[in-house]
Design a protein around this ligand. Sequence first.
Ligand code: HEM
Ligand code: HEM
Ligand SMILES: [Fe+2]
Length: 474
Amino acid sequence: MVNSIENNTFTYESEKLGMMYFRVAIILFGAQLLMGLIAAVQFLYPSFLFEIFDFSVARMVHINALVVWMLYGMIGATYLLMPSETGIETVGVGIGKLLFWVLTVAITVVILVYIFVQVGAGTEASIWLIHEGREYIEAPRWADIGIVVVVVGFIISVYATAIKGRRTGIMTVMMANLLALGGLYVTGMLYTDNISVDQFWWWWIIHLWVEATWEVYVATVAAWALIQIIGAKRQIVEMWLWIEVAMLFGSGILGLGHHYFWIGTPEYWWEIGALFSALEPVPLVAMLVHVIYDWGKQTGAAGGKQVLTNTPAFAWIIANGFGNFLGAGVWGFFYTLPQVNIYTHGTQFTSSHGHFAFWGAYATILIAMFYMGLQRANGIKVMKMTRNAKLAITLLHIGMLGMVVALLISGYGQVLIERAQFGATWEGFFISQDAVWFVQGIAWRAVMGVVMLVGFVYLMIDMLTIARSDRNIT
Ligand code: HEM
Ligand code: HEM
Ligand SMILES: [Fe+2]
C-alpha cells in the first residue's frame, strides 16, 4: 500500500479533535477577511465607522484573528496527522477536547472585548483585561496565561503520543519544533519600559515563528500530506525535512536581524541582518523543489502511474510551494538589505510582503490540511476537485495577488515621493498619501479584498458540500 488511506474513516478521537480546531479556524479566517475589508474601506473613507469601530480596532482584530486561526489550524493539523504517523490514539485526547473548549471560550471572550470594549485606560488593568497593545499578539494577560496552559497540555500530549507510538522523522521534528514554537510565545509576555528592549523581544515571537518555527511546521505537515496524497517516499520527504530544518534554523534566527535595523539596537545588526536574511529564501526554494521533485519521483516509483488521492489538497500544497517562495522569499528579499529598507520601511511595501507571505506560506497549507481532514472525516478514498473548489482557489488567488500588486504600487509611490523626493518628512508623508498612484493602489486593494471574500464564500460552500458532490461519491 502506497499510503495509509485505509485509515480514512475517523476511527481516532484525535482526528475528530483536529476537525474541531479546523472549524473554528475557518470561522476566524472569515472574520479576518471582514475586518480587513472594513480597514481597507477606512483607508479610502477615513470617516467610515469613525469612533464606532476605528481603523486601529479593525486592524487589530484583523491581524490577531489571523494569528489565532493559523495556530488553530496548526494544532488541528497535528491532531489530525498524529494517529496515522504514530499508529496509536493520541495520549490525553480527552483532556485535549476539554482544553479545546477552554481555549475557544477564552478566545471568544478576548475577541468580544476587542470588538465591544476596544480600549482602556493606560493602566496595568488594561493590559490584564483588555489587550496588551502588542501588534499581532494583543491577547490580554489573563488570556496569555490561559493560552500557555492549553499549549503546554497540547505539547505534553504530542510528546506522550510520539514516545508511546511509532516515532517517525516527521514526529521527531514536530516534537522539537513545537517546544521552540510554544516557548517563543513566552517572550511576548515580558514587559519592559524600554521601548527598544521591548521591541527586541516582541520580534522574537511572530518573526521567529514565521521565519523559523512555523516554516519548519509547514515542512512537517507538507511531508506528511505528500506521503498521504501522492504516496511520496518517506525517506525522500524526511531527508528534505531535515535539510530544511538545518537551513531554516540557520538563516531564520539570525535573519531576524532585518527587524533590528531601526529600533535602537547596535549597528552590527545591519550586517548580520543583511547577510542572514538574504540567505532565507534558500530553504524556501528547497521547499518548492521538495514538492515538485516528490511529485515527479512518485510518477516513476509507482511504475508510471500517478497516485493522487486528494486533488484539492494537492492544489493548495502546490500553491503553498510557490506562495512561500514568492511571498516570503522573493518579496522579503526585495527589501531585506538595510540600504533598500531605509526607503521602504513603514510603507505599503511591508503590507504587500506581509499579506503575500502569510498567505503563501501559511494560509495555503492550512487550507490543504482542511481538505485532508474533510477527506478522512467522510471516508473518501480519492477526493476530486469540484467546480466550487476550483472557483475558490482561483478567486482567492486573484484577490490576494491583486492586493499584493496594488500594495506594491502604493508602496512604490511612497518610496519615490515621501522618501526620495521629500526626505521622509512629515509633509512628504501627507503629500504621498494623496498622490494618485498611492490612492489607486489602495482602492484596488479594497476591490481585490471583495474578490477574496467571494472566493472565501465558494471555499465555505465547497467544504460543506464536497463530500456530497457526484465526483466524490463512488
Ligand atoms: C513565511 C514567512 C514570512 C512571513 C509570514 C512574513 C511576514 C512579515 C510581516 C507581517 C512583516 C511586517 C511586520 C511589521 O512591521 O509589523 C514582515 C516584515 C519584513 N519581512 Fe517578512 N515574512 C516572512 C519571511 C520573510 C523572509 C524570508 C524575508 C527575507 C528574505 C523577510 C523580510 C522581511 C523584512 C525585511 C521585513 C521588514 C520590513 C520593514 O519593517 O521595513 N520576511 N514580514
Ligand atoms: C479581504 C481581504 C483582506 C483585506 C481587504 C485586508 C486589508 C488589510 C488592511 C487594510 C490592513 C492594514 C494595513 C496597514 O496598516 O497599512 C491589513 C493588514 C494586514 N493583513 Fe490584511 N487584508 C485582507 C486579507 C488578509 C489575509 C488573507 C491575510 C493573511 C493571510 C492578511 C494579513 C495581514 C497582515 C499580516 C497585516 C499586517 C501587515 C503589516 O503590518 O504591514 N490579510 N490588511
Ligand atoms: Fe521577519
